[in-house]
Design a protein around this ligand. Structure first.
Ligand code: G3I
Length: 371
């Protein structure tokens, strides 16, 4: 709980509010109109194949949009907080923990019978300024320990899987491919093993992941990254580090589609499976390359890219879940700057399912048939 009792009271009120508004929203808004009656939702299709389907969400959007709540309640089995569990959000000042927004998502998840995926404990892009200062001036592992010990047990009932280290690799700096993040600079390459140990201690029953992007295509830098990530994972396993799985972000970009090779992704997934690791497709979405084509053409391209990707990914039994980075184009991190109007998520801005929705559902159904 927060150290500050006033904050704790606010948290409790917010959680109660969000439970009420969740229930009100689910009751008041009609189900997604364009899904044919009787056809399974994405989570139903995933569940039949022994898998999970989920989406990333922000607390403020859950609180303000009843239609979104209805769609998530219907389609998802697991929710990933898009921002609210990151260190910069949780501990903006040393020792002052702000759980309000993560608590609201956890309340929504438990009210609607979902689990939550814990994203992401250590990420170079979400370090509060005070942590950056400590890491640079006088590296002190206890700040890492206190953060994990504060956040992980709090969500033990809702969060089964955690991204312990997000995006630890970056090509072009070191022979081992590790990103020269403030964590690496402070503690050396061993910080990943230490963080996993710390996470295991704080959440003994959770499944612990390393989450990474740029792993799926036949591009030189991604080839290197796959190889060096496998080396890292082999080393961690050999040294007894508690790493249970790998999250493959899968932010697909249509401009790269010509470098997608089924064999490359399939072989990489085999290697991960051979190491005894679980795999989550953790942040699936599609950045379009050409927003000027007609909507049906654009939607077909997005659906084809996702269909081709998931057909390969779901062929591998190590892959247990698929999470999209958002559920509706109404709320997508991609819908910014030059990409305004991007249509890379399962539902459109009015929550109508698009061809990519069908492609995801078909991929789950295909896995069931192949089982
Ligand atoms: O909420 C404030 C708003 O009040 C303010 O007006 C606005 C001005 O910039 O910023 C808003 O906060 C932004 C927040 O997204 C909500 O939109 C932050 O600046 C922005 O940094 C934050 O970006 C998030 C980013 O991670 C950094 O945390 C994206 O939404 C989120 O989609 C993105 O997610 C990452 C994964 O964690 C890791 N993998 C890549 C993925 C996409 O970048």
């Amino acid at each position: 709980m927060p150290d500050d009792p006033a904050l704790a009271a606010t948290d409790a009120r917010k959680a109660a509010f969000s439970r009420r508004s969740v229930l009100a929203g689910v009751a008041a808004v009609p189900l997604v109109a364009a899904v044919p009656v009787g056809s399974p939702t994405l989570q139903e299709a995933a569940g039949r194949a022994g898998m999970l389907f989920g989406a990333a969400m922000r607390a403020n959007v859950i609180a303000s949009d009843a239609a979104l709540r209805t769609a998530v309640a219907r389609e998802c089995g697991v929710i990933t907080p898009e921002l609210e569990l990151k260190w910069a959000w949780i501990e903006p000042q040393q020792g002052r923990f702000v759980f309000r927004d993560a608590d609201r998502i956890a309340a929504f998840a438990s009210t609607t019978g979902k689990t939550m995926h814990g994203h992401a404990l250590l990420w170079h892009q979400s370090i509060p300024p005070w942590v950056a200062q400590v890491l640079a001036d006088r590296p002190d592992w206890t700040i890492m320990r206190r953060f994990m010990a504060a956040v992980m047990p709090r969500y033990a009932a809702t969060v089964r899987t955690w991204d312990v280290v997000n995006e630890p690799m970056e090509m072009g700096h070191r022979m081992d491919g590790l990103r020269p993040s403030p964590f690496l600079q402070a503690f050396g390459p061993d910080y990943i093993h230490r963080a996993l140990d710390e996470a295991r201690q704080a959440a003994p029953r959770a499944t612990l992941f390393i989450n990474e992007y740029g792993l799926s295509h036949d591009l030189p830098w991604q080839r290197d990254k796959r190889y060096l990530l496998l080396k890292l994972l082999e080393g961690l396993k050999r040294a007894g580090a508690p790493v249970d799985g790998v999250g493959i972000q899968a932010h697909l970009e249509l401009v790269d589609q010509s470098s997608f090779r089924e064999r490359v992704l399939a072989d990489f997934l085999d290697e991960l499976g051979n190491l005894g690791l679980q795999v989550r497709i953790s942040e699936l979405d599609v950045k379009e390359a050409d927003l000027t084509a007609t909507v049906p053409v654009r939607d077909r391209r997005v659906a084809d890219a996702v269909g081709a990707y998931l057909d390969v990914a779901l062929d591998n039994r190590a892959v247990g879940s698929v999470t999209c980075w958002g559920l509706t184009d109404r709320y997508s991190w991609l819908d910014e700057g030059r990409n305004v109007g991007n249509r890379g998520l399962p539902l459109d801005r009015d929550f109508v399912p698009k061809p990519v929705y069908d492609a995801i559902r078909r991929a789950f159904e295909r896995r069931l048939v192949n089982d």
